[in-house]
Design a protein. Structure first.
Length: 102
């Protein structure tokens, strides 16, 4: 089970809070099952922490393949998964994160 940032897409960052991840060891090559599945869960963290960690939003964690092993207690980041950059939700989230970083 891996933790990913569990937020809708935009709201928590705008509200200065977000959800971040913690892990029960997962291996590269596994495909995350997203919200409602058994592989991921989220935990609240400040938006600035989520951005600093590069945490993957929970809402984007369904059907993505892990590129790296995630140790227990770790956070799944954008760099840890294969993300389809043609998905509008991914594009909007990345734009939001760029805006929040200034």
């Amino acid at each position: 089970m891996v933790n990913v940032e569990a937020d809708c897409l935009v709201g928590p960052l705008l509200a200065k809070r977000a959800r971040a991840a913690g892990v029960v060891y997962s291996m590269a090559g596994e495909v995350l099952d997203g919200e409602g599945g058994y592989m991921v869960h989220g935990k609240l963290a400040p938006a600035e922490t989520s951005l600093k960690l590069g945490a993957l939003p929970m809402g984007l964690a369904s059907g993505v393949k892990l590129c790296n092993d995630i140790p227990q207690g770790g956070v799944v980041g954008w760099d840890d998964v294969e993300v389809d950059d043609s998905v509008l939700a991914v594009q909007l989230r990345r734009e939001l994160e760029r805006t929040m970083r200034g």
